[in-house]
Structure formats: structure tokens, C-alpha cells
Design a protein around this ligand. Sequence first.
Ligand SMILES: C[S@@+](CC[C@H](N)C(=O)[O-])C[C@H]1O[C@@H](n2cnc3c(N)ncnc32)[C@H](O)[C@@H]1O
Length: 209
Amino acid sequence: MDFDKIMNYIEDLYKNDSEMDRKTFIEGTELKDFIPVVDNDVARMLKLIIYLTKPKKILEIGTSIGFSASSMARVVKEYGGKIVTIEYDEKVARQAEENFRKQGLDEVIEIKIGDAKTIIPSLDEEFDMIFQDVDKRLYPVLFEDCMKLLRHGGVLAAEDTLFPVLDLEERWHNLIEPIKEFNKLVVNDDRLFSTMLPIGDGFVIAIKK
Ligand SMILES: C[S@@+](CC[C@H](N)C(=O)[O-])C[C@H]1O[C@@H](n2cnc3c(N)ncnc32)[C@H](O)[C@@H]1O
């Protein structure tokens, strides 16, 4: 199977369908120096999960300029759900806030500015869905805290889970081991039922039984 051909076909098929695609979102964002955001196919998958499961409270770990949070918020807004998203880079977080305001999504999204390593263990509420997209070294570190925060029947999603088999630049090689560890934690955890999809840079989707 020619994977690039498949991905090009899918993106071409959906090119006029996206209400807010990644390229347009980035072009409309003043700040240009930020960590990359999810691909359109991952944004579509997040939205599909939300349409299917109608989570009232979503936790996103890793906001960047707010593309994935905005994508999710457009669906969540339709039925009164809320998103909490965490970002420690203040400049990037302020840009995300501005993007949320511009799109009329600021009522739906609360951004917490600070280190996920300290914010996550301090949270004392249940979430219906958690989207993990922070520094990859934190995926295994925060796994058990995420499990505590996720309600039974809730969805855990994570991006970049195919790092171990992608041709990454050498500067990203230190992220491979933590992702391997995270993937094993998910797969071997009896509390979860999961699968991994080859969209974006690899996307884990799991339900807490
Ligand atoms: C891949 S980006 C998130 C992309 C975003 N989910 C999207 O698709 O629109 C990861 C973000 O996590 C932030 N980050 C990294 N380490 C963090 C930490 N310890 N606490 C909070 N945010 C962190 C980075 O600054 C970066 O903006």
C-alpha cells in the first residue's frame, strides 16, 4: 500500500469540507513561532469522537495556538460541553486565547497557563474525554493521573504515538522511548480498550471500561 497516495486521496476528498482547516488557521494566526498543531485528519477524528460520545468536559494537554481545541470546541459548543486546555508557553497561550476569542469560542474553552506536570495532579474533577498532545516525554509520566481524571466510559486520545516508526529528525529521537513506554502502558492496561490509527503522526484512541 502506498501510504502517501492514500493520505493525499483522503485530504483531496475532504479539501472543501473542512469548516476550518489547519492551513487557514495557521495563516490567520499572527504568532508564527510555535510547536506544530495536529493535522486535519486528526482534527476530524477528534470531532467525530465528540459527535459520537458527546463529552461534557474535555481536558486537552498541550494547547499551542489552539487549533485542536478550536476544532473540538466547534462541536462541543452545539450541546453545551466545555474544554479545559493546558499550555505552559505564555506567549503561545495568549495567542491561543486570541484565536478562541476571534472565533467566538472563548466561552467554551478555558485555558490554564502553566506546567501540565503540576497542573494535572492538582486537578480534582472528572473528565469525559482527555486529549494528550503535550511534550512527548510527559505522556508516560502523566498517564496514571490521566486515568484518575478520566471517568469510566470516558475517552483517552493521544497524538504522535507512531513516533517509534516514523523517520524523525535526530533532534526528536529522545521522544521515541517515552512514546514507546506510553503505548505499552495503554495496550497493557486492563482498564482500557484501545486501538491505534495511522493518522497524523499516530493516534491512540481508548475507552476507560
Ligand atoms: C504539539 S503542541 C499542541 C498542539 C495542539 N494540541 C494543536 O493541535 O492545536 C504541544 C504544546 O504543549 C506545550 N507544552 C510542552 N510541555 C508542556 C508542559 N510541561 N506543560 C504545558 N504545556 C506544555 C508546548 O508549548 C506546545 O505548545
